[in-house]
Every structure is written in C-alpha cells, then in structure tokens.
Design a protein around this ligand. Structure first.
Ligand code: ATP
Ligand code: MG
Length: 128
C-alpha cells in the first residue's frame, strides 16, 4: 500500500521533458521574415503572430533628458508556438534567437511557459 502510494505520487518518468510548452517571443518587426524561415527549417507545428506595442528596460527610448524619464511604446511582433516537450521548446528558442539577434538594444525577449492542455477542435484529440 505504502509503496503503491509512493509510485502514484512520483512524477512520471520524463513527464517534465514531455510536457507541452509555449514559446512566446517578442521580436523586431524587421526580423520576422528571417525568423519564419528559421522556424520552417526547425519544423514547427503551428504559430500565432500578433502585432503588439511594448517596451523593455529602455522604456522605448535610448536617451533620458535631464532627470525626466521618457517612456514610449514600440511596435514588436509577438510569436506564440506551442510544442511538445522541453527539447522541442529549446530547439524553437534557439532558432528564434539565432535569427533575431543583432546584438543591439531591443532585439526582444522570449518567455517559455508550461501549457496545461491542448486539443484540436475538429477532432477533439489532445494534440499539438
Ligand atoms: N518583462 C516583460 N514583460 C512583458 N513583455 C516584455 C518584458 N520585457 C520586454 N517585453 C516585450 O519585449 C519587447 C522587446 O523588449 P526589449 O528587447 O527592449 O527588452 P529589454 O529587456 O529592454 O532588452 P534590451 O536591453 O536588449 O533592449 C518589448 O517591446 C515588450 O513588448
Ligand atoms: Mg530594450
């Protein structure tokens, strides 16, 4: 009984690596074409692209005048890609970073999330 409980409580082997992940990337509009080509090579399962406004640590400006803090919003593209497993997520992240990096401020940021569930509406099957 005790050992059964222990087994049930233990995480499934490789469960973490196999879990669904969402890669969310904020990138320069000018980098999109190159990123899309890199993703096509990386064989991604699907993609959502949204035009967004935002800023990072520079608050959308490169200079600060006197003591006043200036703030503005810059246009970026948000990419959302849900994949199966941490390895796939890393592959997608690497492809985006390689295609999007110029080394200058504003190259963008990437966040990776755990996804609880994914299903295809047409069939109802759990799938990415
Ligand atoms: N902490 C954050 N939360 C949500 N969105 C963010 C965050 N940081 C950045 N973003 C989004 O990412 C875009 C790109 O950010 P940016 O590349 O300027 O980040 P940064 O941290 O300032 O890095 P860098 O110093 O290279 O400019 C922003 O315009 C915004 O849309
Ligand atoms: Mg910035």
């Amino acid at each position: 009984m005790k050992s059964e409980n222990k087994t049930a409580a233990a995480p499934r082997k490789g469960a973490k690596a196999k879990g669904l992940k969402k890669v969310e990337a904020f990138v320069r509009p000018g980098a999109l074409k190159k990123i899309m080509l890199a993703l096509a090579e990386a064989d991604y399962p699907g993609l959502t692209v949204t035009e967004v406004q935002g800023h990072g640590r520079q608050r959308g400006v490169k200079e600060h005048y006197r003591d006043q803090t200036t703030m503005s919003l810059l246009t970026k593209f948000k990419l959302e890609i849900v994949v199966e497993g941490g390895d796939e997520a890393r592959r997608i992240v690497d492809a985006i970073v390689k295609a999007a990096r110029t080394g200058e401020y504003g190259d963008g940021k990437i966040f990776v999330y755990d996804v609880e569930r994914a299903l295809r509406i047409r069939t109802g099957e759990p799938v990415v």
